[in-house]
Design a protein around this ligand. Structure first.
Ligand SMILES: Nc1ncnc2c1ncn2[C@@H]1O[C@H](COP(=O)(O)OP(=O)(O)OP(=O)(O)O)[C@@H](O)[C@H]1O
Length: 743
């Protein structure tokens, strides 16, 4: 622990002044808002939102977290820009170009800096000031071991106790991370890194950094996609604390914005079939098969008169419109217009030939119920839910739609009788992505973004990747993941196939190899699982020592519950946030028994991480972290997993300090004894069988273009000059966005 820094009180005075300026700016902005609000409600609401974000970000502290000196000039770096009364910058925002040198400099590679100082603040009081680089040490890289490259500021930050919510790391971003954060936008950046290497924090900081520095991106939108509600809850505080308002966050399962929600589970094999890219072709073909006309002419009655449209002419309309590859509903509009035009022509010809007056125009013809029935027959209207449930529930249609694309067994897995109503359909997660694909075929009006950050991407199915690709038509993605942590049905050896489904051609693969979370002895034990996968997978290098080697406790046949409770009590007494990580099958029992032991555990399934103890199901632990983890009955956990060594590797790498394994059943391989040497393992055959090459582009499945979103600046343009000026200055103060200068 560092002693009190000689310049602490001087730095405290600076921090005090920065807060005073910020408080004053906020007060002024709030007063101006009050005047403004009554006149322009919608704009005022948007600004209110920005104001709230600003207040929240201030609440997290660390308004000023660093200082650097270059050529004798000092520059303070903070969570956001602060200006003085004369509008001169006092603190540079972390995302501004001027702050770059702060992040690029490290103790071993100081660059032009003669001082890099990092502050830790609590409730506006500086509790620590650490000099990472000082003139005398700058450039001294005589000890290039792993430890020397990491500053005390980083190590102290990593040692801070976890409180169930991910924090931003603006004060201690490392140079290898910063390079990824500001990597070019015009390609897909894939970040591969083991557990705890900072992929999630890097992804979130990149989203904020890009939104701040690229106005066109703010207009087009930035979206962060999280793998689950639990995970989203865990990370949701980071972006607001980074002073960004223009980044949306959503769970993968909520991308589909239609009526259906996933309410049922299904067998992995069925989910896998629904996730293959072949399913996109099945849906496109299924829809095509509902389009057409038979051999009978269309006869419309107009009082005593008849209009006859020959079958042959109707089939020409269908094939012409089909050839245009429009969205199904747009095509239907065209079919309807062409059919009414043709029917009107036939009516005119027939009436003229019979010497009778023309009785109807096109609009009248379109109102005839026989006409609407005919359009429905040749080009039926569907919602995505109607299409998918009728396809699943109609054996003959399924047979035709899947012929040559799926095996009979795969087809049989898709069949399910229709529920009584759409609202009662047992939709599953995999169904949601089939519905999303169907929606794109039907209307192509998906909301799109300029950039997507996708976390835990190793588990994506091709159909999920396609849903993401539709939302990011320019292919500007940040893909975060770890191939070693795949726990679903999509095992992959590399990222190529997935990036193809995401529709990107230019890909930049970045690797993170430093482990910031898991203590080295814990990582060492967890890494015994890697050879068991049969893959050549390498764990990260941990920079933490934690509280020593993991403990493995044999609780005996009747002692499991008592042992777990005792261990949890010890960890909580030591002040550690503790997860009890259990097999899914016994989750409810463990929640109940820890409740009855008066431990007041949070329910990890609901993202309830505020309690000191949280029960977490193994299927929902990915991406999370706690000070201490008590891993219960690993053999059971392995037995219910698709890829046992990978599931154990994920579960064992959730702690920042301490891992205890408690078991009554015999331990699984790798925990009981050293793992066998790398060889073809149990997952190996699966990898080859399951990685699915991207199919050639199917012309029926094109992706939509970008729709720019209106933003605050556009709203301003619609106001009168005086209001616009007032508002511009407000936005400048509140959002600090679109900064023309380097600060
Ligand atoms: N530069 C940094 N400064 C401080 N803390 C950091 C830094 N980088 C990473 N961390 C911390 O390390 C921990 C792990 O980071 P993160 O969750 O982003 O890793 P991950 O690679 O996404 O892990 P997983 O693969 O398990 O999802 C977090 O607590 C994060 O705040």
């Amino acid at each position: 622990m560092s002693s009190v820094h000689p310049e602490l009180s001087q730095e405290q005075a600076f921090v005090d002044r920065a807060y005073q300026l910020l408080d004053k700016g906020l007060g002024d902005a709030e007063r101006s808002m009050a005047d403004f609000q009554s006149q322009h409600r919608s704009t005022a609401v948007a600004i209110q939102r920005a104001l709230r974000v600003l207040k929240e970000s201030k609440g997290t502290g660390q308004l000023v977290f660093g200082k650097m000196r270059s050529d004798g000039e000092d520059l303070y770096i903070g969570r956001r820009r602060v200006r003085d009364e004369n509008y001169e910058p006092v603190v540079v925002g972390w995302h501004a170009p001027a702050a770059q040198a702060f992040y690029e400099a490290s103790p071993t590679e100081p660059g032009d800096l003669s001082l890099k100082r990092v502050f830790t603040e609590e409730q506006r009081r500086l509790v620590r000031v650490i000099d990472e680089i000082v003139a005398s040490s700058a450039g001294d890289a005589s000890d290039p071991g792993v430890g020397s490259a990491f500053s005390d500021a980083l190590l102290e930050e990593l040692d801070r106790s976890r409180d169930g919510a991910m924090r931003d790391v603006v004060a201690t971003i490392q140079s290898e991370q910063f390079r990824i954060i500001r990597a070019p936008l015009d390609r897909m950046v894939v970040v591969q890194g083991g557990p705890g290497t900072g992929k999630t924090v890097v992804g979130l900081h990149r989203a904020a950094w890009l939104a701040f520095n690229h106005e066109e991106l703010r207009r087009a939108g930035v979206l962060v996609v999280a793998p689950s509600t639990t995970f989203l809850t865990y990370v949701s505080g980071v972006l607001p604390s980074l002073d960004v308002t223009d980044v949306d966050q959503v769970e993968l399962q909520r991308l589909y914005a239609g009526e259906a929600e996933a309410v049922s589970a299904e067998e992995t094999d069925t989910a896998r079939i629904k996730g293959t890219a072949a399913m996109a072709s099945v849906l496109a073909r299924a829809l095509e098969q509902r389009v057409g006309w038979g051999d009978d002419d269309l006869v419309l009655s107009l009082g005593a008169d008849r209009i006859t449209v020959p079958a042959e002419d109707i089939r020409v309309i269908v094939s012409d419109v089909s050839a245009r590859r429009l969205a199904h509903s747009d095509a239907r509009d065209q079919v309807r217009a062409r059919l009414s035009q043709l029917a009107h022509e036939k009516h005119r010809e027939e009436q003229r030939a019979a010497g009778r007056p023309v009785r109807a125009n096109e609009a009248t013809i379109r109102r005839l119920s026989a006409f609407t029935n005919a359009v429905d027959r040749m080009w039926p209207n569907f919602t995505p839910e109607e299409l998918l449930r009728s396809l699943y529930g109609t054996q003959t249609w399924l047979l035709r739609a899947t012929d040559g694309l799926l095996t009979p067994d795969e087809r049989a897995r898709l069949y399910r009788p229709m529920a009584e109503s759409i609202g009662q359909e047992p939709w599953t997660e995999a169904d949601l992505f089939c519905l999303d694909e169907a929606a794109a075929l039907l209307t192509r009006d998906t909301v799109t973004y300029g950039h997507l950050v996708v976390d835990e991407a190793q588990d994506l199915s091709p159909m999920q990747a396609r849903a993401l690709a539709r939302r990011c038509p320019h292919g500007s993605f940040t893909i975060l993941g770890d191939l070693a942590q795949t726990t679903g049905p999509w095992l992959r050896r590399d990222w190529t196939e997935l990036t193809q489904h995401l529709g990107s051609t230019a890909t930049d693969l970045q690797t993170l190899s430093i482990g910031y979370r898991v203590p080295a002895p814990v990582l060492e034990l967890a890494a015994h699982q890697l050879p068991l996968t049969g893959e050549d997978l390498v764990p990260p290098t941990s920079i933490r020592s934690g509280l020593g080697p993991p403990e493995i406790l044999d609780a005996g046949p009747d002692g499991l519950q008592d042992t777990v409770v005792t261990v949890v009590e010890e960890k909580v007494a030591a002040g550690m946030s503790t997860a009890v990580l259990v097999p899914d099958a016994t989750y409810d029992d463990w929640l109940a028994s820890l409740r009855s032991a008066d431990l007041a555990p949070g329910d990890g399934r609901d993202g309830d991480f505020a309690a000191k103890v949280t029960v977490v199901p193994q299927s929902g632990c990915k991406g999370l972290e706690f000070d201490a983890v008590v891993l219960v009955e690993p053999a059971e956990l392995a037995a219910e997993s698709l890829h046992p060594p990978r599931a154990l590797y994920v579960a064992m790498t959730r702690c920042t300090q301490d891992l205890t394994v408690v078991h009554a059943a015999p331990l699984p391989p790798g925990l009981a004894a050293p793992a066998p040497s790398p060889a073809r393992g149990e997952d190996d055959a699966d990898v080859e069988a399951l990685a699915e090459p991207a199919p050639p582009e199917d012309p029926r499945l094109s992706h939509p273009g970008t729709e720019p979103r209106p933003d605050l600046h556009e709203m301003v343009d619609r106001l009168s000059d005086a209001d616009a000026d007032l508002l511009r200055s407000l936005i400048g103060r509140l959002l600090d966005e679109g900064t023309p200068d380097a600060f």
